[in-house]
Design a protein around this ligand. Structure first.
Ligand code: ZN
Length: 99
């Protein structure tokens, strides 16, 4: 078995074993075939498939960001509510406060 490892070329493109590379735009695996890296840089990048993949990836990351923000908001809300309930509870149950 030939020893093959993934490397990163001077353009920052990840080259996988067996003539595959990862497109930096859409993160899709692209077969380099006999043409080599030009198959990715010339033929794949800028193609419809690549642009669609990039768009999908961006939409996903925006959605994830939005979801995280919403979740953080809900979390903050419950944290504030929780602290208020706790402090109210301690005010009632602690006789020292009443005096
Ligand atoms: Zn691509």
């Amino acid at each position: 078995m030939a020893e093959s490892q993934s490397t990163i070329n001077e353009e920052g493109i990840i080259i996988l074993p067996d003539n595959w590379a990862v497109c930096p735009d859409c993160l899709e695996k692209v077969n380099l075939g006999s043409a080599g890296i030009v198959n990715l840089t010339i033929h794949h990048r800028g193609s419809k498939k690549c642009k669609n993949g990039e768009k999908k990836r961006k939409a996903k990351s925006i959605l994830r960001k939005r979801m995280t923000r919403r979740f953080q908001y809900i979390l903050d809300f419950f944290l504030i509510l929780h602290t208020q309930v706790l402090s109210a509870f301690f005010r009632i149950s602690n006789p020292a406060v009443r005096i």
